[in-house]
Write a new protein. Structure first.
Length: 87
């Protein structure tokens, strides 16, 4: 797979529909650039976007768990979770 992807190639890479990928690009929710009216995507940046999204979900889940824990004595669950995740 090339480094610079078309919307269809990016959709295949992300296992989404082409329409979903284009909609995400239009909304600025995934890294993309429009060149001569065609969306183009960097495979490297898409991979980083996926990794960042996974890390963010893990952090949010851990924060929710820390906040819901009645035995949690930490005053700042965000810092506690970041420390536990090594962030």
């Amino acid at each position: 797979m090339p480094e610079i992807l078309t919307a269809k190639q990016a959709a295949d890479y992300l296992q989404l529909s082409r329409g979903s990928v284009v909609a995400l690009a239009r909304e600025g929710r995934i890294p993309a650039v429009k060149i001569f009216g065609k969306w183009r995507f960097s495979r490297r940046l898409l991979r980083r976007w996926l990794e960042d999204a996974s890390e963010e979900r893990a952090l949010l889940q851990a924060m929710e768990e820390a906040a819901a824990d009645p035995d949690n004595q930490e005053r700042n669950p965000v810092e506690q979770v970041r420390g536990e995740l090594g962030l």
